[in-house]
Structure formats: C-alpha cells, structure tokens
Design a protein around this ligand. Structure first.
Ligand code: SF4
Length: 233
C-alpha cells in the first residue's frame, strides 16, 4: 500500500492535470521510474538555461550548436520578458522557485516548482512560461500555469497590491496570454487542485479517466484502460 503522503509528494505542477483526474496515474507517478529525458527534453532544458543567462547578461554569445530557430526563440523570449519588466516592475525574476505547501499541508516544506519568469508591475502579476516544444499548449485552464500563478500570488499578496493576473506562454516565437481576476484564479485552484489533493487523503479511489493527457502519464505503457482505448489517441 502506497503511503498517501508519498503520493502527494509525487505531485508536480507539470503533471497535475492527469494525476488529479486519475488516481492510477497518481500511483504510477510514484511507483514508475523516471524515463531519461529524450533529445527534445534535453534541448528544452538547455534553452531554458541559455534564456536565463541571456536575461542576466545581454552580451552573452550563444553557442553555435543551436539552430537559428532555437536562437531566435531564446532571443524573442528574453526580449518579451524584458519588455514586461521594463524600467518600473516591482518584481522581475527568472527561474523563480515557488513552494507547493500552499496547495496542501502534506507537501514537504522544500517541495517546489519553478516559474520561468514572474513579474509584478502596475498591480498586475505576470507569469510567463517558455515552451520549446512543438505541441500547441493551451493556456485557458492550464493546471501547471494556474498553479504557478496561484503560488506566486500567495507569496506576494501581502506585500503588493495585485488586482489581476496575466498568464502567458511564449512559443513559436510569439506570446499568447489570458488575463484572470484574482477571484477567478483562486476558485479554479480550489475546485480543481486543492479539493482533489485533499481527496487523496479521504477517498479510497479517485476517478480513473482516459484522457488526452494520458500521453504524458508514466503508466501509459502498462495501463489497461489506456491500451484498450489507443484508437482514441
Ligand atoms: S494512462 Fe491515462 S487512464 Fe491510465 S493511469 Fe495514466 S492517466 Fe490514468
């Protein structure tokens, strides 16, 4: 029997959508080994690092092993986040750690996620995520980005007057975003994240649902529900 506190600690914002709607996925996240990052994931990690370095050092020379498209993506992203920071942001940080204990008291204190860029300017909280992959990422009701926005809001709300929130993705050399009211974000997190994390402790099982996000589930190669429904994908 898996300890439910360990299950909670298997939680990561990037896999929140499927593990909070499929209890089996939650267990697989805990029991199945991590697969080594593929070449695309490795490239993504490097591009995030170069973006951070370029943000901090505009004279940085980007190593020429990257393609022109990759270099343009990084430069465009850094230009975009610098334009948000401008001269007068109250806060502007790259690779900002936020701690997950605000979602559930069962998380260890040092359990964190990393936001690519966060800023506060003119009473607005900005959350920006750099996506280096080719899959079109939808922003509306995006569990990962909304969790980041909520955790950043919780961290800053006592020191800054935050009236609304912009959640943005930089992908394909352009930004896309939606604006949320604070109440809207809190309601989403309460109903879709916090309630389900609490349910892990009171329910013997949560719904097991074959869904689009199965493709990111660690258990998909052995999950009977998924394998029986491959034609849907
Ligand atoms: S593959 Fe899909 S149905 Fe199977 S455990 Fe994962 S999320 Fe659930």
């Amino acid at each position: 029997m898996i300890n439910k506190i360990d299950l909670i600690n298997a939680f990561r914002p990037s896999v929140a959508k499927h593990i909070l709607t499929c209890y089996k996925a939650f267990e697989y996240e805990y029991t199945e080994e991590d697969t080594p990052p593929n070449e695309y994931a490795e490239k993504g990690i490097k591009l995030h690092k170069i973006s951070e370095d370029l943000y901090n050092n505009p004279k940085l020379k980007i190593d020429n092993t990257f393609t022109k498209d990759d270099i343009n993506l990084v430069k465009g992203y850094v230009y975009y986040i610098k334009s948000i920071a401008g001269e007068n942001a109250d806060i502007a940080e790259v690779e900002k750690k936020v701690y997950l204990e605000k979602l559930s008291p069962y998380f260890y204190k040092d359990k964190y996620g990393t936001i690519d860029f966060v800023a506060i300017k003119n009473n607005k909280l900005y959350i920006v995520d750099l996506k280096t992959g080719r899959t079109n990422v939808i922003i509306k009701d995006n569990y990962q980005l909304y969790i980041y926005a909520y955790l950043a809001y919780c961290e800053y709300k006592n020191n800054y007057n935050i009236n609304n929130i912009r959640v943005a993705i930089y992908q394909y050399n352009r930004e896309r975003y939606i604006d949320l009211k604070v109440d809207e974000l809190i309601t989403f997190i309460q109903n879709n994240i916090i309630v389900h994390l609490d349910n892990v402790f009171i329910a013997t099982s949560l719904p097991s649902t074959v869904q689009l996000t199965c493709k990111w589930c660690k258990g998909k190669t052995i999950c009977k529900e998924y394998l029986d429904n491959l034609s849907l994908f």
